[in-house]
Design a protein around this ligand. Sequence first.
Ligand code: BV8
Length: 248
Amino acid sequence: MDDLEAVAAAVRVARGVVVLTGAGVSAESGLPTFRGDGGLWRGHDPMRLATPEAFDLDPALVSEWYDLRRMAAEAAEPNAAHVAMAELERHVVAADGRFALLTQNVDRLHQRAGSERVVELHGSLLVWRDHRSGRRVTPEPTPFQTHPLPGPDGGWLRPDVVWFGEYLSEAALAAAASALTWCDLFLVVGTSAVVYPAAGLVGRAAAAGAVTVEVNVAATPAHVDHRLAGPAAVVLPRLVEAAFGNVA
Ligand code: BV8
């Protein structure tokens, strides 16, 4: 039995499924990853764009870069990987199992594909906040006319994402920790597994006794029980079909 069948058998009997996703899941929606060929960090130093210091130094540059990404996310469509994750959630919950989708992605494509139990570990591109007061706004899906935009409370508008050196929200960390208490199957999909604390969740799930499975087109530092090599938009639909049949 190849690994896909073994993993499908584990999915069928799982009582608590947790999925950790990264930029690789949105690659087939046309949104570039960070560290791969053609990735966002290619030609850009993340420390110049994805830190509070970068924003303080050049709010216009950072605002423009994130607004471009926001508009790309608005224009993108969920791909078969996102759809398969929403189907997996429905199957697990229908069988009285528990499910959580912990995403590092900030594009909200999981939610647009129908995933409901989503924890945005690194925030969202589609929500921005006043960098002084923290008051959140959801901008219209049209490009900003100036950069940076003034916030509602006298600061500048910044994306409501977690930058390097910033803490993840207590709520997100608590939701992830809670999911690990009942997780018996942990899928890690489309992430280079180098950004912490998200990347640390794989080891914590394994330490808690979960079966761990990686879906990726390349090897990563993640230590897992099974590796399913290939694009998420190909592997995940196959896995859901192998586990539950071709239920529309
Ligand atoms: C924090 C902003 C406390 C939003 C991002 C412990 C050890 C070491 C370092 C640290 C540590 N604790 C904290 C740190 C520092 C830092 C960190 O982890 N640094 C690393 C890089 C060394 N972490 C932090 O600062 C975090 N904060 O811990 O607070 C603290 C406070 C002060 C001081 C210290 C600690 C905050 C982390 C969040 C940073 N924000 N982005 C945005 O702009 O989007 S990180 C950025 O990387 C994105 O958020 C992204 O989600 C994240 C991970 O990237 P991936 O999603 O994995 O994408 P990547 O391109 O890397 O990989 C794509 C993968 O997909 C590849 O594997 C590829 O093979 C695969 N792929 C491609 N195509 C496909 C595919 N797979 C399947 N199918 C395909 N078709």
